[in-house]
Design a protein around this ligand. Structure first.
Ligand SMILES: C[S@@+](CC[C@H](N)C(=O)[O-])C[C@H]1O[C@@H](n2cnc3c(N)ncnc32)[C@H](O)[C@@H]1O
Length: 295
């Protein structure tokens, strides 16, 4: 059973304009909340997740939860490989594509170092444990400057230089844990940090983006997504930090074949934020593939 609450669910289904019999792609299946809503609205679904466990759990869940009269395919793939999923499913073009970026609540409990609530966990931070280097190893192999740059760019960390230096030294001595990151942040001090969140959260966020090459994957996934939409098809993206949102906004602006539907990013209403605090930083943007009606 998933603990993840889908963000801006009704808004997503409305913005995708889900129609019976059309094909939709959920590039970030997670706990399957958005995917199931697409199926319940009568859409056929292709769904991907880079985390194999999410796809395996989803496969078991959809067998019973999927309504009749619709079809679905689930794949353990990076959304940068979404064209492979379309080929395997023999679907040529899509009526709507969703990206709900970042991590799912379930991943906080997977002992991969995603949460500051579990200080003894070794810092892995990979969505897909079968590829790439875990965070503790990457920190050991990278230079101080590169770690500093990631902290600055991916989380606007005000004490990036000091934190990077300490992480860099520590990583060469031991397999870094979540608790080590918390200790380093506490030693450096956390003046000028947002009060609502734990000061180590932003450091872990930056390292997660680095480990999974999230912004490169996003750039690649967006291009393939826009190429796969049929005329009038919708691209819906929910991002959770300014770096992602900037990439999405710029991408939509530059693509000649897309029209922006959301001049300003949509935000969750305050009732949703109260019920699901994780939604507070969500920004939703929508674009439509140009057709005869909107050239
Ligand atoms: C915010 S969650 C999605 C939640 C989902 N919409 C729901 O309703 O449960 C983001 C998911 O994207 C997955 N993910 C992250 N990067 C990915 C990538 N490059 N390709 C495919 N999936 C990715 C994560 O493993 C995570 O499960």
């Amino acid at each position: 059973m998933t603990k993840h609450q889908p963000v801006m669910l009704e808004e997503v289904i409305n913005c995708l304009k889900v129609e019976k019999g059309e094909w939709y792609l959920d590039t970030t299946f997670g706990g399957g909340g958005h995917s199931l809503a697409i199926l319940k609205a009568g859409g056929n679904l292709i769904a991907l997740d880079w985390d194999k466990e999410n796809i395996e759990i989803g496969r078991k869940h959809l067998v019973t939860a999927c309504p009749s009269g619709v079809s679905y395919h689930l794949y353990h793939l990076n959304y940068c490989q979404l064209d492979e999923a379309l080929d395997k499913s023999q679907v040529k073009s899509l009526r709507g594509i969703l990206f709900d970026l970042g991590f799912s609540t379930d991943q906080l409990y997977k002992r991969r170092g995603f949460s500051f609530h579990y200080p003894s966990e070794v810092l892995d931070l990979r969505y897909n444990s079968q590829t790439g280097q875990p965070a503790w190893q990457l920190l050991r192999n990278l230079g101080r400057e590169e770690i500093q740059r990631s902290l600055e760019v991916y989380s606007q960390q005000p004490r990036a230089a000091e934190i990077a230096l300490k992480l860099c030294h520590l990583a060469r001595e031991k397999k870094i844990t979540v608790g080590d990151v918390i200790k380093v942040v506490e030693e450096v001090g956390f003046k000028n940090q947002p009060k609502k969140i734990h000061p180590a959260t932003k450091v872990i966020q930056a390292l997660r983006i680095l480990v999974n090459q999230e912004l490169d994957n996003l750039r690649c996934g967006l291009v393939k997504a826009a190429d796969s939409l049929k005329e009038g098809g919708r691209l819906v993206v929910i991002s959770f930090h300014s770096g992602e949102d900037r990439i999405v906004k710029e991408f939509i602006r530059r693509r000649q074949d897309l029209v922006s539907i959301t001049k300003k990013a949509k935000r969750p209403i305050k009732e949703e934020i109260a019920e699901n605090p994780r939604s507070r930083s969500a920004r939703l943007r929508v674009a439509e593939k140009k057709g005869e009606g909107n050239d």
